[in-house]
Design a binder for this molecule. Structure first.
Ligand code: MGD
Ligand code: MGD
Ligand code: SF4
Ligand code: MO
Length: 742
């Protein structure tokens, strides 16, 4: 027994903020955790969720040993096997399937930034020969990522601003108090220290408490109509000549065509579409254009509206560009790719580790959905990545800019297509809860057409309950960390494992490496430990693993006006208001508005029976998606039930009281949540929480931990025609529903 207290410098991964933490450890057990003030990004910040980390790690439901299914999928019959046995069997089956059908039959489904180093699975998959990796990112910022990459060479509409110098923030479909506590605190502090300095324009059908009544503007638009609103702002700013003429002339491409397009969106027409008055549209556009520097913080509100979602991001990026808010202090900083440089050398980025060139052209063509949702496939990547490499001198990452289409994958499995996915590794994700159209996902994951299914997780989730193998994973407290946020940031943060993995849990590095070695990839996995990989990546700058942990992160100073010298990373070298990449891919090169696939206007018949507009999501701090629902770790106790927001007047008409359990029903099915009656939402909109399941309910069928009880994705849509035309994300918001007492 060792009774000394040791302080480990780790990274919290209970959300993607990845704050630096100090973990107090005695005799191999975590005593307490607090923020690491030396972490150059989080500087000691932590949120309330971290307070539950010790209880979380010690929770009796944490998975400890590999499990193999022995009954039917979902019967709840499992056998404990050793890690080596599980890996041998999985490798054997994969070898067999690959020989019979080719390597593209293997897919990887992963969670959003649940793990720091996605290059590992990319490396494994590129060497295995399959292009089919997918994740929820297509409804969570990857539309923003890829459209940004296509038109400017970076993500324009993002949250990593430098608010000290910013005078106006547009908070669009974004709920920082619930989803981004660090940023919400920063905004609160600025508003308290310098009242009136930061103007906030909130674009949200709900009141998210980030805009104040006195100084700010709230645009409670009809869900799904953001593109129309932004195009109208463009209309006003261009017609009133409120744009930055020098920037537009010198650094943008296609202004005249954009100016022509936005004539279709006069404020009067857009007032009818969005439900916001003409005066408010004009006033807010003028404030945005004239209060500089300004930023647009886009959340996932409009990423999840299906068909039109990427066009919102495109229009928002055009707004940032024509107002000259790019690459200036207080505006949108262009990442200083390749980022960290020490004496002319740089540590290896994630994209340096992926081995994308090992995947042949022939295999890339087998990417499911790549020919339909082309911006998210190799056609898109190959259209923009050369300019990225030329401008920044490093390869563009594919990790989150290329994704197979999830709805097409499930349909292929259910239909028994010859070229379908036959083996699936679900890494740090819970598709039964996260993905639109849960009932279809369920049919696919249960189908015998899917011959092998493996889940890597901490807990027995609904998705794990219907897998063939469940592999228990080491968590952030049990493994070292190196994060570049998948290369979308020009910074790195590092951390060490605080304790040894519990039971037979494994850091995923070993899963990918050990599987690779078993499948003939040995020469590409020369490192025996995860720490060794980190030293390999830091070799060019000569830092040891210990030194990385001590410094906790590398954050180069932000530089501005870089575009004046090197231009933008596009084929024209300009910020493309008219996208040559979209043109090349056969899409409309300009942003435009289209009604949501289901709405009072596009489907009036449906609206007769389902008169309310549904949005799903709206985070609150205790839970992180489908995580932290277990009883006994503090978080479920703080937020025990799923909440649906309903306007006071609407609730009165429906005879619903605050705290009542109600059904929310769409054409796809119904779920139950608890009503929160409020004035802070549009009367025609209800918002229910996503991702609910009940770990305390039976794990076997038919319950699968109550995965259909309160899960918003029972209500949502993944029809291909409803998906975003460019990236293929489903329609999770702006749907039609009815609500009644349960
Ligand atoms: N209707 C509706 N659906 C939504 C949303 C919405 O707003 N509305 N939001 C969407 C968004 S933005 C997202 S990002 C997705 C999220 O979808 P996912 O990323 O799939 O998130 P979770 O459902 O929480 O599943 C993550 C799982 O990974 C496990 N896990 C976490 N970290 C690790 C790790 O390091 N290793 C391993 N092996 N496992 C780990 C957790 O225990 C959990 O079971 O959901 C989407 N779904
Ligand atoms: N506590 C907690 N924090 C999280 C997460 C979590 O699950 N829990 N998830 C993390 C992840 S992966 C993500 S992606 C982020 C997401 O973080 P956010 O982007 O903040 O997501 P939400 O909290 O769903 O807030 C979206 C807002 O959009 C509004 N909205 C709905 N429909 C529309 C629309 O059509 N237009 C507009 N303009 N607004 C609309 C909703 O009312 C809501 O206020 O949060 C991250 N942080
Ligand atoms: S859960 Fe809280 S402490 Fe942990 S990374 Fe996220 S914001 Fe930071
Ligand atoms: Mo997300």
């Amino acid at each position: 027994m060792d009774l000394r207290v040791v302080i480990k410098k780790s990274i919290c991964a209970m959300c993607a903020n990845n704050c630096g933490i100090l973990v107090y450890v005695k005799d191999g057990k975590v005593l307490k955790i607090c923020g690491n003030p030396d972490n150059p990004l989080s500087r000691g910040f932590t949120c309330k969720r971290l307070a539950s980390a010790v209880q979380w790690l010690n929770h009796p439901d944490q998975l400890m040993y590999p499990l193999k299914r022995v009954g039917q999928r979902g019967e709840g019959k499992w056998k404990r096997i050793t890690y080596e046995e599980a890996m041998d069997e999985i490798a054997e089956k994969l070898k067999d399937l690959k020989e019979k059908y080719g390597p593209q039959i293997l897919a990887v489904s992963e969670g959003t930034l649940r793990y720091a180093e996605f290059w590992m699975r990319a490396r494994f998959m590129n060497l295995f020969g399959s292009p089919n990796m997918f994740q929820p990112g297509v409804i969570c910022g990857l539309n923003r990522e890829t459209i940004g990459a296509a038109i400017a060479g970076f993500r324009v509409n993002s949250k990593n601003g430098n608010l000290q110098n910013t005078r106006c923030v547009v908070v669009q479909g974004f709920n920082p108090k619930g989803s981004s506590p660090m940023l919400a605190q920063q905004m609160r502090e600025i508003k308290a220290l310098a009242p009136g300095r930061l103007r906030v324009i909130a674009i949200d059908p709900r009141d998210t408490g980030i805009a104040s009544e006195e100084t700010d503007i709230q645009l409670k638009l009809r869900p799904g109509t953001d593109a129309a609103l932004m195009l109208s702002w463009l209309n006003i700013i261009i017609n009133e000549e409120l744009y930055d003429q020098d920037f537009v002339r010198e650094y943008t491409f296609g202004f005249d065509k954009l100016a022509e397009r936005v004539q279709d969106y006069p404020p009067k027409r857009v007032a009818d579409i969005t439900g916001i008055t003409v005066d408010k549209i004009i006033e807010s556009a003028r404030i945005f254009a004239t209060t500089k520097p300004a930023l647009i913080f886009g959340g996932v509100g409009s990423d999840q509206i299906g068909f039109n979602s990427t066009r919102v991001e495109q229009a928002a990026a055009c707004l940032m560009a024509i107002t000259g808010n790019i690459d200036i202090p207080g505006g949108k900083a262009v990442p200083n790719y390749p980022g960290i440089e020490i004496d002319g050398n740089r540590p290896l980025r994630d994209s340096d580790m992926e081995l994308t060139d090992k995947l042949t052209k022939k295999q890339k063509a087998k990417h499911i959905g790549g020919d339909r949702f082309r911006l998210m496939g190799y056609p898109g990547y190959e259209a923009w990545a050369p300019a990225y490499k030329k401008t920044y001198g490093v390869p563009a990452p594919t990790m989150h800019t290329v994704s197979a289409n999830e709805p097409m994958i499930y349909r292929g499995i259910i239909n028994g297509d010859q070229n379908r996915i036959r083996a699936l590794i679900i890494w740090a994700s819970n598709p039964l809860n996260r993905t639109a159209n849960t009932k279809l996902v369920y049919r696919a994951l249960k189908s015998t057409n899917l011959e092998l299914s493996i889940v890597l997780d901490f807990f027995m989730t609904p998705s794990a309950e219907i897998a063939d193998y469940v592999m228990p994973s080491a968590s952030f407290l049990e493994m070292p960390y190196w994060t570049t946020w998948e290369d979308f940031a020009d910074v790195c943060c590092f951390g060490e494992a605080a304790v040894e993995p519990l039971g037979e849990r494994k850091d995923a590095f070993y899963f990918w490496r050990d599987l690779g070695v078993r499948l003939g990839q040995e020469q590409y996995w020369p490192w025996k430990t995860h720490e060794e990989v980190m030293e390999y990546r830091a070799e060019p700058i000569g830092y040891s693993f210990e030194k990385l942990v001590q410094i906790a992160g590398l954050v180069p100073p932000v530089q501005f006006k870089k575009h004046e010298k090197r231009g933008f990373a596009t084929s024209t070298g300009k910020f493309e208001l008219y996208s040559t990449v979209l043109e090349k891919l056969g899409y409309d090169p300009l942003p435009y508005y289209k009604e949501p696939p289901e709405s009072p206007t596009s489907t009036p018949e449906t609206a007769k029976s389902y008169p309310l507009i549904l949005t799903t999501g709206g985070r609150s701090v205790p839970q992180y998606h489908s995580e932290h629902h277990q009883i006994g770790m503090g978080m479920r106790e703080r937020h025990p039930n799923p909440i649906v927001d309903i306007h006071t007047e609407t609730a009165r008409q429906l005879d619903i009281n605050d705290g009542d359990w109600v059904y929310i029903e769409t054409k796809r099915g119904r779920i139950k949540q608890k009503a929160r009656v409020t004035d802070g939402i549009r009367p025609d909109v209800v918002n229910c929480e996503a991702s609910w399941w009940y770990p305390e309910m039976p794990g076997e069928e038919p319950s699968l931990h109550g995965f259909l009880e309160s899960n918003a994705n029972v209500l949502t849509v993944d029809d291909l025609d409803a998906c975003d035309e460019l990236v293929g994300g489903g329609s999770l918001r702006a749907l039609l529903c009815k609500v009644y007492k349960a």
